[in-house]
Design a protein around this ligand. Structure first.
Ligand code: SF4
Length: 312
């Protein structure tokens, strides 16, 4: 908590960020993992989160359910070079569970068994979690957000019950201290990180709130990328074994396709979400030398690879 309180531009924070960076790069032989997240069900969302482009009271988005054909096209494109380990299917809070199951079956029918399928959805019953597990879903992102219930219309207890349901069904449950804004205190950030493990999460990370034009919290601003790196580095150094997930910003990176809560664009891959090609290039730029493939083998991430995968 004391380290998060330090000014983000202090020499101590230079040292802290560089120490975390060296450890992250050293921990897995400078290798990173790639994933994609696809907004398969988007549109006006009754959870009405103050930071989200789909919040029902402020959104311009139309109801959208991705067709199997479009989903197949995205998945085939993103996985054609065999270096994407996780495919996450995202929905808004109000969604038809059958649409999600259809999407899981479509993806399962395309990718090899070692590509993990994840979900990022509204609250789920125990039966629904079991059905997802039986269909081959192995991970779920389901965070209890900062100020959940105040800036959202969701009940934190319902979110927490879903976390338990997912865990009981055998899914790995990933959380994140998010969306961090300038108003969040070091005490609150640290408490949410450690509470996550008591609540049943397997991994947790940290992410900042993106100020999306038109949302209720747009005027509340954003923390800087440097401040986010400070928070991530402190949490990672305090508990490296449990810091993780694709929103964590260290050695995992998601490309985001179709709608995304942090983006007003219909195709987030062309905007803030970044395509898989951009993500490869970004990880190369961050100094990663290998990508870990779904089977655990490594492919060298160099200029030649970027060229061959259309990522330069
Ligand atoms: S963040 Fe998720 S739950 Fe909240 S309004 Fe957006 S889509 Fe709905």
């Amino acid at each position: 908590m004391e380290l998060i309180k330090l000014p983000e531009d202090s020499p101590e924070i230079d040292c802290l960020i560089s120490t975390a960076d060296r450890l992250v790069h050293g921990s897995d032989g400078d290798a990173c993992l790639l994933g994609i997240q696809i907004g398969i069900v988007t549109g006006p969302c009754i959870a009405d989160c103050g930071f989200c482009s789909f919040a029902v009271s402020t959104t311009n988005a139309d109801d959208f359910v991705m067709s199997g054909k479009e989903l197949e096209g995205i998945v085939r494109h993103a996985t054609q070079h065999g270096d994407v380990s996780v495919i996450s299917l995202m929905t808004i809070h109000n969604f038809d569970f059958d649409d999600l199951m259809d999407a899981v079956r479509t993806v399962k029918g395309i990718v090899p068994d070692n590509v993990r399928i994840a979900v990022n959805t509204g609250d789920l019953s125990q039966e629904e979690c079991m059905a997802l597990s039986r269909a081959g879903v192995s991970r779920a992102y389901h965070s209890i957000r900062l100020d959940e219930g105040d800036v959202t219309l969701l009940n934190p207890l319902d979110r927490s019950i879903t976390v338990r349901n997912l865990g009981n069904a055998g899914l790995k449950v990933i959380g994140c201290v998010e969306p961090i804004g300038p108003e969040h205190t070091p005490e609150y950030i640290v408490r949410r990180y450690y509470d996550a493990f008591d609540e049943g999460y397997d991994e947790c990370s940290a992410a900042k709130r993106i100020a999306v034009p038109g949302t209720r919290l747009y005027g509340s601003g954003e923390i800087s990328d440097r401040r986010l790196m400070q928070i991530r580095s402190v949490l990672y150094l305090s508990d490296a074994g449990r810091y993780g997930g694709f929103y964590g910003g260290l050695d995992h990176a998601y490309a985001e396709y179709a709608g995304s809560p942090k983006d007003n664009a219909d195709y987030s891959e062309r905007s803030l979400g970044r395509s898989i090609e951009k993500v490869r290039k970004e990880m190369f730029g961050s100094g990663y030398e290998f990508i870990i493939r779904p089977d655990g083998s490594r492919i060298r991430l160099d200029e030649d690879y970027l060229r061959r995968t259309g990522s330069l």
